[in-house]
Design a protein around this ligand. Structure first.
Ligand code: NAP
Length: 486
């Protein structure tokens, strides 16, 4: 492990070479950054496969965590998730540990990298929420045959990512921000992102803003990607469309990324460790280099960032490339880096290098209870049961069990579709049932003791695994209806 350079005037960065092709890309980037004269001192640390093999279950040793806490900035090569050494990804651990809530992925057409979109002028950036959504990783097998994954999205999380997207558009002199969601189907989770976007957009009147449904966004990205400027979206949507978008401009060798948080930022390419190329000195270092350029801007080293970006674009314009662009006549990773270094100080006259201003990270209150309501009421509960009975048998049994209870059975749904009382739906039922109980007329608010007594009644005859209260916040229902429920 190298010691940090002595000069105190230099900006300290944690450098994680990573696995597979990581060290080759990271060394090339390190050499180019050093040649640019940017005042960076490196503190080299490890994470990933070698660490898993030492028995550190997270793949990230405490030393690396302490280093990032100290430097607040890391440049990282890809980390392998080795099969058989624990199931957690070291990448996800790092992102979550430091609450890097935004994953910023620029996608732009590169000179002489021929694609079916060449000449269209693709130059967009995807801002992906990075810690919430289905990636919170909260999964349960509810019955032996039915799995559930919780999609968690918060107003605070939405506000942070939306504000960041608008601030990024301002910092990069962009004109438009699209918010891409599946709010038409998931009205509370994805809907929260849409609503937050629409509430915040008027604070940025100089920027055009519009909502687009994520599936149409994918379609539009393939048809006319040049219409997009900034796209803000949730974690899973962003994961998918950012890989799609990198395919439009020549592949993963050209796809950089930044994980931004208010305390720590981690810069890394989108690609993985590409093990089949490890140690062969043939991989394209551009994605890691561009991530390094993003890091320099984050560190206010705008001149060095600009110089490297010009040198990189000029190198491609001069007809130099690595084997992912074309095998014939390709340069090795280190030769390509040498060419970029030789071009430092020269300008690309053809490709546009954006003027960047410092990115203003949104600052929101730290309190967990970010949203307050004046009035709340619980009107019932969904009790999730495991049962091999038919919908009608189960419904009749629950009706009978509820006869003496302040709660009545309103309906039963199976995977979201109402199946009791029978409305003719042709649902192919499985053994996980959502049984919706509501207070009988005249009851004001469901008390916990009433619910506990009711649950005990239900549990006397059926196996339950999950319960969810039906709440109203300021008079608005905070639960979705089943298909077919009214
Ligand atoms: P991958 O490493 O990204 O490689 C997939 C393919 O993409 C490569 O075979 C190669 O395509 C191309 N490619 C990737 N990087 C390139 C570069 N710099 N230059 C040129 N071409 C490049 O994906 P994977 O094989 O699915 O994953 C390998 C390991 O990486 C896994 O353990 C995975 O968990 C990990 N991973 C880590 C990260 C991260 O650290 N952030 C991200 C993704 C995956 P061709 O074969 O067509 O040449």
């Amino acid at each position: 492990m190298t010691k940090p350079s002595a000069q105190t005037t230099k900006k300290l960065v944690t450098l994680i070479p990573g696995d597979g092709v990581g060290p080759e890309c990271v060394r090339a980037t390190q050499r180019i950054i050093e040649a640019s004269g940017a005042p960076i001192a490196w503190e080299e640390q490890h994470a990933g496969a070698s660490v898993f093999r030492q028995g550190v279950a997270s793949g990230v040793p405490q030393e690396t965590i302490e280093s990032i806490k100290r430097t607040r900035v890391a440049l990282k090569g890809p980390l392998e998730t080795p099969v058989g050494f624990g199931e957690k990804s070291a990448n996800v651990t790092l992102r979550k540990l430091f609450e890097t809530y935004a994953n910023v992925r620029p996608v732009r057409e590169m000179p002489n990298v021929k694609t079916r979109y060449s000449g269209a002028g693709i130059d967009l950036v995807i801002v992906r929420e990075n810690v919430e959504d289905l990636y919170a990783g909260i999964e349960h097998m509810q019955t032996p045959g039915v799995a559930q994954c919780l999609k968690i999205m918060s107003r605070k999380g939405c506000e942070k990512i939306v504000r960041l997207a608008f601030e990024l558009a301002r910092a990069e002199g962009r004109k438009k921000v699209h918010c891409a969601t599946k709010a038409n189907i998931m009205k509370f989770t994805e809907g929260l992102l849409k609503k937050t976007f629409e509430q915040i957009a008027p604070e940025y009147p100089e920027l055009e803003s519009s909502h687009i449904i994520i599936d149409n966004c994918a379609h539009q990205l393939v048809r006319t990607p040049q219409q997009f400027d900034v796209i803000v979206t949730s974690n899973m949507n962003g994961d998918i469309i950012s890989d799609l978008a990198s395919g439009l401009i020549g592949g993963l060798g050209f796809a950089p990324g930044a994980n931004l948080g208010n305390e720590v930022c981690i810069f890394e390419a989108v690609h993985g460790s590409a093990p089949k190329y490890a140690g062969k000195n043939v991989i394209n270092p551009t994605a890691v280099l561009q991530s390094g350029v993003m890091m320099l801007r984050h560190l206010d080293e705008f001149a060095a960032a600009q110089a490297i970006e010009h040198a990189l674009l000029l190198t491609l314009e001069q007809g130099f490339y690595t084997r992912d662009v074309r095998q014939e006549g390709s340069l090795s990773t280190s030769e390509f880096a040498d060419r970029v270094i030789a071009n430092l100080g020269k300008r690309s006259e053809l490709a546009r290098v954006r003027e960047h201003r410092p990115l203003k990270m949104p600052k929101l209150p730290a309190a967990p209870d970010f949203v307050h309501v004046a009035k709340r009421r619980t009107i019932g509960a969904d009790i999730f049961l495991e049962s091999g009975l038919s919908a009608t048998e189960l419904g009749k049994s629950l009706d009978k069990l509820s006869q003496e209870s302040p709660l009545r059975l309103k309906m039963i749904s199976n995977r979201g579709t109402k199946v009791y009382a029978d409305n003719g739906a042709m649902t192919d039922c499985v053994d996980q049932w959502r049984c919706r109980f509501v207070l009988r007329d005249g009851e004001a608010d469901l008390r916990d003791e009433t619910l506990a007594t009711h649950l005990a009644r239900v549990a006397s005859a059926h196996r339950w695994m999950h319960i969810e209260k039906l709440q109203e916040f300021d008079g608005v229902a905070a639960y979705s209806l089943a298909q077919g429920e009214d």
